[in-house]
Write a protein that binds this ligand. Structure first.
Ligand code: NDP
Ligand code: MG
Length: 400
C-alpha cells in the first residue's frame, strides 16, 4: 500500500519539527503532501529538499519568491504557493489524508476548519483554533465526519485514558454512559512557579521562555508562564471532551510526567505518563488506533524521584481564572480572551509591556467587550478583530 499523505501546517515550528522527526522514521507509512510556514525560507527549503512534498505554502509572498529560487537551484521539484488561501487549499485537498494543524494562534483557524470541513483526519495542536470557534468547530466535525485527534499532550493523555468506545466521538460523549466523573488537567506551573510573587511582574521574555520541562515555540512558552496555556487547554478540553462545569479540574504537577487523568465513578483514576516530548502524542495521533515507535525513550522509574501535585495558586496565575470564567460565559468571551492574549504576548515579547501587564490587558479587554453570541465564522473573526483593536489600545496605555 502507498504511504498515507500528510499535510503539515506550521512545518517550521516546534510541533512541525517533532512531526517531521516521526514521519522521517516511518517513510513507508507516511509521506508529506504539503508543508507550510509563514516566512522562514531556510527552514522550509531544508524540509522540502529532505521530504520532497508536492506543495510548499509560504504565506509571505516575498519569502515565497525566495523559496522558489532556492528550491530551483537545489533541483527540488516541490511547487511553491503563497497567501493564506493556499493554506486552506492544501489542508482540504483531495490528495491529503491527514492534516497536522500546528500553526500558532488565530492564523491557524481557517486552514484547520477547511480540513475539518473536508472530512480529513485532523491532528490538532493549534488549540487557539478550537478556543476561538468552539461549537462551530465541533459542529463542523460532526457534519463532515472528520476524525479529530488531540495532539496537545494533556488532551492526548485524556483521550488515551478514555474507554475505546468513547474515544472518537468524545466531543459528544455523555459521562454517565462511561462512568466518567471528571477530567483532571495537569500543568507544570511554568518557570515562575516558585518565584516570590513580588518579582513576578518584572520577569523578562527570556526568563518566561525558559520552560523547566518542555521546549516549545515562544508564544506557548509565555502562555505556560502565565498559565493561560492551561486556561486555553481548559477551554480546549471542554470542547474536545464535552465537559460541563464541575467536570474539569486543573492540577499543578511540576514534573510533567503525568500528562493528565480521567477520574471514574468507582474511584479509579486513569493517567497517561511519558517523557515531556511531543513526539509521543504526535506518533499516537498519527497511527491511532495503532502504535508506532516515536523515538522517545521510555520513562525510567528507578531514577525518577517524587511526583507531586497541588492546586494552582490564583494569585500567581490570574490568567488561568480569566480563562475558566470565559469558558463558561460564551463563545465571545473565549474568542476575545484568545485575541487579547495573542496581542499581549506579542507586545511582551517585543518589550512593550511587562509580564504582569499580560493579565492586566486580557482582563481589561474582556471587561470592555460586548459579549454577544457568535454562531458564524464571520462573527467570530469580527470579534477577534475587535478584541485586537481593544488590546492595542490597552497595550499603548500600559506601554513604556
Ligand atoms: P512555533 O512558533 O514553534 O511555530 C509556529 C508555526 O506556525 C511555524 O511554522 C510558523 O511559520 C507558522 N506560523 C506562524 N504565524 C503564522 C501565520 N500568521 N500564518 C501561517 N503560519 C504561521 O509554535 P509551536 O510549534 O510551539 O506551536 C504550534 C501550535 O501547537 C500552537 O497552537 C501551540 O499552542 C500548540 N502546541 C505546541 C506545543 C509545543 O510543544 N510546542 C505543545 C502543545 C501544543 P514560520 O516559521 O515561517 O514563522
Ligand atoms: Mg499542552
Amino acid at each position: 500500500t502507498s504511504p498515507t499523505q500528510v499535510t503539515l501546517l506550521g512545518a517550521t515550528g516546534s510541533i512541525g519539527q517533532s512531526t517531521l522527526a516521526v514521519i522521517a522514521a516511518h517513510p513507508e507509512q507516511y509521506a508529506l503532501f504539503a508543508v507550510t510556514a509563514h516566512s522562514n525560507v531556510t527552514a522550509l527549503a531544508t524540509i522540502c529538499v529532505q521530504f520532497q512534498p508536492q506543495f510548499a505554502v509560504m504565506v509571505d509572498p516575498t519569502a515565497a519568491q525566495q523559496l522558489t529560487q532556492q528550491l530551483r537551484t537545489q533541483g527540488c521539484r516541490t511547487e511553491v504557493l503563497s497567501g493564506t488561501e493556499a493554506l486552506s487549499a492544501v489542508s482540504s485537498a483531495a490528495e491529503t489524508d491527514i492534516v497536522m494543524a500546528a500553526i500558532v494562534g488565530a492564523a491557524g483557524l481557517l486552514p484547520t476548519l477547511a480540513a475539518v470541513q473536508a472530512g480529513k483526519r485532523v491532528l490538532l495542536a493549534n488549540k487557539e483554533a478550537l478556543v476561538m470557534s468552539g461549537q462551530l468547530f465541533i459542529d463542523a466535525v460532526r457534519e463532515s465526519g472528520a476524525v479529530l485527534l488531540p495532539v496537545d499532550s494533556e488532551h492526548n493523555a485524556i483521550f488515551q485514558a478514555l474507554p475505546q468506545a468513547a474515544q472518537v466521538a468524545s466531543h459528544s460523549m455523555q459521562y454517565a454512559d462511561f462512568g466518567i466523573e471528571k477530567i483532571l488537567l495537569t500543568g507544570s506551573g511554568g518557570p515562575f512557579r516558585e518565584l516570590p510573587l513580588n518579582e513576578l511582574a518584572a520577569q523578562s521574555p527570556a526568563a518566561a521562555c525558559r520552560h523547566p520541562n518542555w521546549e516549545m515555540g515562544q508564544k506557548i512558552s509565555v502562555d505556560s508562564a502565565t498559565m493561560l496555556n492551561k486556561g486555553l487547554e481548559y477551554i480546549e478540553a471542554r470542547w474536545l471532551f464535552n465537559c460541563a462545569p464541575g467536570q474539569l479540574d486543573v492540577i499543578v504537577h511540576p514534573q510533567s510526567v503525568v500528562h493528565s487523568m480521567v477520574q471514574y465513578t468507582d474511584g479509579s483514576v486513569i493517567a497517561q505518563l511519558g517523557q515531556p516530548d511531543m513526539r509521543t502524542p504526535i506518533a499516537y495521533a498519527l497511527a491511532y488506533p495503532e502504535r508506532i515507535n516515536s523515538g522517545v525513550p521510555a520513562l525510567d522509574f528507578t531514577t525518577m524521584g517524587a511526583l507531586t501535585f497541588s492546586a494552582p495558586d490564583p494569585q500567581r496565575y490570574p490568567c488561568l481564572q480569566l480563562a475558566i470564567d470565559a469558558c463558561w460565559s460564551g463563545q465571545a468571551a473565549t474568542t476575545t480572551l484568545n485575541a487579547a492574549n495573542e496581542m499581549a504576548v506579542a507586545a511582551f515579547l517585543h518589550g512593550q509591556i511587562t509580564f504582569g501587564d499580560i493579565a492586566v490587558v486580557c482582563a481589561a479587554v474582556l471587561e470592555q467587550a460586548e459579549l454577544s453570541e457568535l454562531t458564524t465564522i464571520e462573527a467570530i473573526l469580527a470579534c477577534d478583530e475587535a478584541a485586537r483593536r481593544s488590546a492595542a489600545l490597552w497595550i499603548q496605555r500600559r506601554g513604556h
